[in-house]
Design a protein around this ligand. Structure first.
Ligand code: P6P
Length: 339
């Protein structure tokens, strides 16, 4: 018997209203009588920038913007041409929105103050990794944008303090995965929503209004070439998982690896290594936003034995170990760390 695939009209309307990101954001805003509209404008800017980035990624080889800038970014990493293009798109999109006081990017040494006088408003701090895993572009691999949103807190005094709030203070977080399709996964603190960009109309369409991560998943996502260079408990966990018949999946781009874990269950790990003794991934614009998403979807996120969103920030580009995913799978790893 051949199963007939539903036509696109049926897929879009089957049991679902046709809801765009903009419709979703306006409906969310209406739930908050004192909303200024600034939050909606921040997410709208992130959506616009991500559509621009998606288009440039798809044409990267045609426009000869693959590869390196032959320069290093402030992390001492080989800066890709599209890193710069993506960063500029986000800075320009966010800079034009009145509700954004400060932005902090992986690509910039210090936070950028967009507006000093934000009295009377409820301005935001937006932190982001503009194009995470960008070296994958050269081989047509998936890459992504990761963002974290904090309420600007003038009581904290200087810019750095307002940008260095713990993950628990996030009022929003998300990522955009530039893969076979462009997927936006977002939390504003009430569960996790997933949207897919329909390039024919240039809109992100809602495809799942309550993303839940499976409680278990016999799969781990780790660069196992690091095993000889990491701590014993991680080696013991991987040995145990292999004996239990777990599979290993690793894309080398955090957004792609975390998205798989969110959809299928399992655990993503980036432990401390000899070359990155505090871990490789950044707390403020990689670990914290992913931790908020995973927890909002029913999973767990730890940095060593500390819940990631409770790690006290000390620097914008601070690095932490990451263990995140299905609650039971994270517990398996923590049991080895606790031994
Ligand atoms: P490794 C990409 O460079 C990145 O920052 C993350 O997206 C990814 O999870 C990690 O580094 C991959 O690091 O050492 O496995 O290449």
């Amino acid at each position: 018997m051949t199963s007939s695939l539903p036509d696109s009209a049926e897929v879009l309307t089957k049991g679902h209203n046709l809801t765009s990101l903009q419709t979703f954001l306006l409906a969310e805003e209406q739930k908050h009588p004192y909303a200024t509209g600034n939050y909606t404008m921040v997410l709208s800017a992130l959506s616009l920038a991500s559509k621009f980035i998606a288009a440039r990624c798809r044409r990267a080889r045609l426009e000869d913007v693959l590869g390196s800038m032959a320069a290093e970014n402030i992390q001492g990493e080989d800066q890709q041409k599209l890193d710069v293009i993506a960063n500029e798109a986000l800075v320009r999109a966010l800079g034009s929105r009145p509700g954004v006081a400060i932005i902090a990017s992986e690509e910039d040494e210090d936070p950028i103050i967009l507006r000093q006088d934000t009295s009377g408003e409820r301005p935001y701090v937006v932190l982001f990794d503009p194009l995470d895993g960008s070296s994958n572009l050269d081989v047509c691999g998936s890459v992504g944008t990761i963002f974290s949103i904090l309420q600007h807190d003038r009581r904290l005094g200087d810019v750095e303090a307002s940008a260095l709030q713990p993950g628990m203070n996030q009022v929003g977080a998300g990522y955009v995965l530039y893969g076979p399709s462009t997927v936006l996964v977002l939390t504003t603190g009430s569960g996790v929503q997933m949207f897919v960009l329909d390039p024919a109309i240039g809109s992100f369409l809602l495809v799942d209004e309550d993303v839940r991560i499976p409680d278990t998943g016999k799969s781990y996502s780790m660069n196992t070439s690091n095993l000889p260079k990491t701590e014993e408990p991680y080696r013991k966990y991987i040995d145990w998982a292999n004996e239990e018949g777990y599979t290993m999946r690793y894309a080398g781009a955090m957004v792609a690896d975390v998205h798989r874990v969110l959809m299928k269950g399992g655990v993503f790990l980036y432990p401390p290594t000899k070359s990155s003794p505090k871990g490789k991934l950044r707390l403020m614009y990689e670990a914290n936003p992913m931790a908020m998403l995973v927890e909002q979807a029913g999973g767990k996120a730890y940095s060593g034995m500390t819940r990631t969103m409770e790690v006290p920030p000390t620097a914008i580009h601070q690095r932490v170990p990451v263990i995140l995913g299905s609650s039971e799978e994270v517990d398996h790893v923590l049991r080895f760390l606790a031994e």
